[in-house]
Write a protein that binds this ligand. Structure first.
Ligand SMILES: Cc1cc2nc3c(=O)[nH]c(=O)nc-3n(C[C@H](O)[C@H](O)[C@H](O)COP(=O)(O)O)c2cc1C
Length: 222
């Protein structure tokens, strides 16, 4: 039979068995989703070829039309999951209209997924400043130069903007632009998914109606 171009050949048996072995340890006794997330992120850092902190961020515009794009997780703790961006970008405007979002991590090398839904707030100026100043100087200048998600006439026009701000700041400090900050997603729902043999996957959900309530933990059919 001809090979289907969409479906790859079955994974190498050894690699598959190893992932399944790692995915067999008990997780359904856990009470703290943040600790479990931390363990999975650490495992991803050890195995993923790049960007283990990459996550899909889903937002909806004021008409309810969903949008999704990748961003990088820069911090997390029990108050939520933080990423940084331009507040005037499409996602920034969508979050102004509807301060709710969903995140999805997929670590292929681990055969694991984490889904998060929650309420969004901006981080404090102090927190955004601290992260902004930890970035490479060229990235800080880039934050000034990029009118993220708006039309750009040419690559040269972007390079001109970069040169303009590099000259403006010279050798001095590059302050954080007002239009650049972090957003924190405080979860009310998290789901941990692990690949298990024959598509009989594990799914574990942490749910709470509001952020001040304790979690209920539920196992779901795959
Ligand atoms: C792996 C990866 C990580 C990314 N991380 C970020 C990020 O942390 N912040 C950001 O603004 N854009 C990031 N981007 C670019 C976004 O996916 C997107 O193109 C940009 O933010 C504009 O999105 P918007 O028009 O929906 O606002 C990343 C893209 C990829 C592929």
């Amino acid at each position: 039979m001809a090979q289907n171009p969409i479906i790859p050949p079955s994974p190498d048996g050894d690699e598959y068995a190893k992932a399944h072995e790692a995915n067999a340890a008990e997780i359904f006794t856990r009470e703290d989703p943040f600790a479990l997330f931390g363990e999975w992120l650490d495992a991803a850092k050890a195995k993923e070829p790049n960007d283990p902190n990459a996550m899909a961020l889903a937002t909806a515009d004021r008409d309810g039309l969903p949008d999704v794009r990748m961003v990088l997780l820069k911090d997390f703790d029990p108050t939520g999951f933080v990423f940084y961006t331009n507040t005037q970008s499409a996602k920034g405007q969508q979050l102004d209209d509807n301060a709710k979002a969903a995140l999805c991590f997929h670590w292929k090398s681990l055969r694991r997924q984490v889904r998060i839904r929650g309420l969004v707030s901006r981080v404090s100026d102090e927190e955004a400043d601290a992260y902004f100043h930890s970035r490479h100087r060229d990235s800080r200048i880039g934050a000034w130069a990029s009118k993220q998600s708006r039309p750009l006439e040419s690559r040269f026009a972007l390079e001109k903007q970069v040169a303009k701000y590099a000259a403006k700041f010279g050798l001095g400090a590059v302050p954080r632009p007002e239009h650049w900050t972090g957003y924190r997603i405080t979860p009310i729902h998290l789901e941990f998914w692990r690949d298990r043999p024959f598509r009989l996957h594990d799914r574990m959900v942490f749910d709470r109606k509001s952020t001040d309530l304790p979690w209920t933990v539920t196992r779901l059919y795959p």
